[in-house]
Design a protein around this ligand. Structure first.
Ligand code: IPE
Ligand code: IPE
Ligand code: MG
Length: 226
């Protein structure tokens, strides 16, 4: 297969369509979330193969707290389980695993697991994998503004939860929805957007490659003249 013409430094995913994937098969929505975890694995492995240094996933938004309690619980326990199951693999791959979002809303066991995986993978040099949980772009800008004001800072960047992580070059949203849904609002100022109809549980290496080819064909000008 031909090499990709342009490899982004940071690719971010709005993983959408798990519920519809399940509903189309007459299954519970939770089955779609389970299958969606397999897509995360596939994307992580392909990203490592292609040398992408930062890969991030929007897993749970602040607004998603408004879903039925049973679904929220399923999502939280799936995340807990995936971290526990994948810790050794992440270490073997050299992937530093980070969670960003409003951690005060997560339960203690999940918070402890997040800290453990972060600490145990912190020396991973191959890639940084970021999972956004209980995250919203407005929350991030608000918390950053508050801290900036308290410290008398002059630029918001160092206070954003994503500080130190390069802004995404490419954002992929699955399931046909064409909106940002309160994801990284500040950080996507010059991000390229690719919207695909594929539902997240069906989004694997082949679909990812197509998105990267689309990215490679874009002309990024950053407001300048070429
Ligand atoms: C994405 O799939 C997962 C989360 C937002 C947590 P959805 O659960 O939103 O699936 P649809 O959009 O209802 O199909
Ligand atoms: C966006 O998906 C949030 C995540 C993928 C975590 P939603 O399914 O919550 O977004 P809307 O409601 O379609 O905008
Ligand atoms: Mg959705």
């Amino acid at each position: 297969m031909e090499a990709l013409a342009k490899i982004p430094q940071h690719v971010t995913f709005i993983m959408d369509g798990n519920g519809r994937w399940a509903q189309q098969r007459g299954l519970e929505r939770s089955r779609g979330h389970v299958e969606g975890v397999e897509s995360v694995r596939a994307i992580l492995e392909a990203s490592l193969e292609w040398g992408i240094k930062y890969v991030s996933f929007f897993a749970f938004s602040e607004e998603n707290w408004g879903r039925p309690e049973a679904e929220v619980n399923t999502l939280m326990s799936l995340m807990f389980r995936a971290m526990l199951d994948e810790l050794d693999t992440l270490k073997r791959y050299g992937v530093h695993f980070v969670v960003l979002g409003n951690r005060s809303r997560l339960d203690e066991a999940l918070n402890e697991m997040i800290d453990r995986v972060d600490a145990e993978t912190a020396d991973g040099k191959a890639m940084t994998m970021i999972v956004f949980v209980s995250y919203s772009g407005k929350w991030d800008i608000e918390q950053a503004s508050r801290r900036m004001a308290a410290e008398g800072g002059e630029s918001i960047e160092p206070y954003l939860s994503t500080s130190g992580i390069p802004d995404p070059d490419l954002l992929v949203r699955t399931s046909g929805e064409k909106r940002i849904s309160n994801f990284m609002l500040w950080q996507t100022a010059y991000t390229e957007f690719v919207f695909v109809d594929t539902l997240w549980p069906d989004f694997r290496k082949v679909e990812y490659r197509l998105a990267l080819e689309e990215y490679a064909s874009r002309d990024r000008r950053f407001g300048k003249v070429k």
